[in-house]
Design a protein around this ligand. Structure first.
Ligand code: CA
Ligand code: CA
Length: 174
């Protein structure tokens, strides 16, 4: 990957997290992401699934702040994202996956009323990615490329690993 490609990908990932586009990532962005998922799948905020999603979003924000908010001002700037989050994502994608897990678990529950089934249909995953701000072509390609089980669903652990992998971007000459 050359440096222009790297910059483009970092900018794209940052923009996905910066839901309101004000130039930094903070708690509001994670709230906005939760709200967008609830709207997409028609789930009431004042419901168990709605509350679980807001709780997961808060945990995800706390985890993100923990690895990336270097100066502790409760905002993750693009520079902090690149030096903190993007680096930690590369070095330890599994740890990032754990930070995101409660949120992603709640997102999958919001997307599928039948909670006796785990994981998700690839088409639902593509919808989730788009509503979280991923570019359409990335969402379709990534979701379609994930392995499905006999029930046609992608396992939750696979989704979490893929999400962490998507968020991490290899720097040039890595
Ligand atoms: Ca923001
Ligand atoms: Ca900061």
């Amino acid at each position: 990957m050359d440096s222009a490609e790297y910059e483009r990908k970092i900018a794209s990932r940052f923009a996905s997290f910066d839901q309101d586009g004000n130039g930094y990532i903070d708690r509001q962005d994670f709230n906005a992401a939760a709200k967008a998922v609830l709207a997409e799948f028609g789930v009431a905020a004042r419901s168990d699934r709605g509350q679980a999603l807001y709780d997961g979003a808060e945990a995800f924000w706390q985890g993100m702040a923990g690895i990336a908010d270097v100066d502790g001002d409760q905002r993750v700037t693009r520079e902090e994202f690149v030096t903190g989050a993007a680096k930690r994502l590369r070095d330890s994608p599994a740890r990032f996956g754990e930070i995101a897990r409660p949120f992603l678990h709640a997102v999958l529950a919001a997307a599928d009323e039948d909670r006796s089934r785990s994981g998700a249909d690839p088409r639902v995953l593509a919808r989730v990615m788009k509503v979280l701000g991923a570019p359409e072509e990335d969402a379709d390609r990534l979701a379609a490329g994930l392995p499905v089980g006999e029930d046609g669903r992608v396992a939750e652990n696979t989704i979490i690993t893929a999400f962490a992998g998507y968020c991490g971007v290899e720097p040039p000459d890595a």
